[in-house]
Write a protein that binds this ligand. Structure first.
Ligand SMILES: Cc1ncc(C[n+]2csc(CCOP(=O)(O)OP(=O)(O)O)c2C)c(N)n1
Length: 277
């Protein structure tokens, strides 16, 4: 690997750490919220927003922008963090997260600059992403559409209807990223309603598949750089992740899907996540 690439990856890892810190800052302001799924997605979001997506934070409605949909909308603390860090709005807004008069709620709201779809009710993002990718084709635009889904979310049948349709429509401009942290709201995905063999399921639905470690920044960047994996059908990145990644007390347990973020927890989290850049 070249020195340039090493520096690039180190920078992205710094952004990911800041996403984790800022997500916790937002959830601390709220008093509680979705810690686990925000932290599992942080490395993927850092690579998307600071490496892959073509965006203009000061012109959020630019027609040529890539579209990113956080279908697992309960992880909005991480989305709000990365949007603030990318310059869509001030990081100070994170201190109002979930406040009565704040534009930042527990789930993404399309009125917020940089948010492409109001999400939170699981199972809708992929279908809307299909509409966006189809829109690009019909308008002759070359923007890409990326939808992040949760693994628990994939238990909803609507995702598989969308998966069939995207292949039928030959939407090479559409990519799904599965944040495959193996834990849903109240237990392990494998015990509650197993998705395995997940990569083969996507293949069977006609998608071009890559499986990666969603916390290995080199693998994440490589997987994004290689898109689309086929010019005639949609792509999916099955990203193996750890729920609660980065906090010793939150990793790998459904108890931190959503929980209180007290002053004490916040102090502990900041100590574990280290200094911000
Ligand atoms: C349609 C719908 N049903 C239930 C919920 C409540 N809910 C919020 S998060 C969640 C679990 C999601 O699990 P997963 O997709 O694995 O998310 P992650 O682990 O990435 O946080 C549930 C059931 C919801 N938001 N929408």
């Amino acid at each position: 690997m070249t020195g340039n690439m090493e520096a690039k990856l180190a920078g992205l890892r710094d952004h990911a750490r800041d996403i984790r810190r800022n997500a916790l800052r937002a959830l601390h302001a709220a008093g509680s919220g979705h810690v686990g799924g925000s932290l599992s997605a942080a490395d993927l979001l850092a690579a998307l927003y600071f490496h892959h997506l073509r965006l203009r934070p000061h012109e959020p409605d630019w027609a040529g922008r890539d579209r990113f949909v956080l279908s697992k909308g309960h992880a909005n603390a991480a989305l709000a963090a990365v949007l603030a860090q990318a310059g869509f709005f001030s990081e100070d807004a994170l201190d109002t997260f979930y406040g009565y008069e704040s534009s930042l709620g527990m789930h993404p709201d399309i009125k917020v600059p940089g948010v492409e779809m109001s999400t939170g009710g699981l199972g809708h993002g992929l279908s809307v992403g299909i509409g966006m990718a189809l829109g690009a084709r019909l308008q002759g635009l070359d923007f890409r559409t990326i939808v992040m889904v949760g693994d628990g979310e994939l238990q909803e049948g609507s995702n598989w209807e969308a998966a069939m349709s995207a292949t039928h429509l030959g939407l090479a401009g559409l990519t799904a990223i599965v944040d495959y942290n193996k834990i849903q709201q109240s237990g392990n995905v494998g015990e509650m309603l197993d998705l395995e063999p997940l990569a083969d399921k996507w293949r069977a639905f006609g998608w071009a598949v890559r499986e990666i470690d969603g916390h290995d920044m080199a693998e994440v960047v490589d997987a994004l750089d290689a898109l689309p994996y086929d010019t005639r059908r949609p792509s999916v990145i099955v990203a193996h992740t750890v729920k609660g990644k980065g906090l010793s007390f939150a990793e790998g347990t459904y108890l931190w899907h959503s929980n209180m973020v007290t002053d004490e927890i916040y102090a502990k989290a900041m100590a574990e996540l280290g200094e911000s850049a």
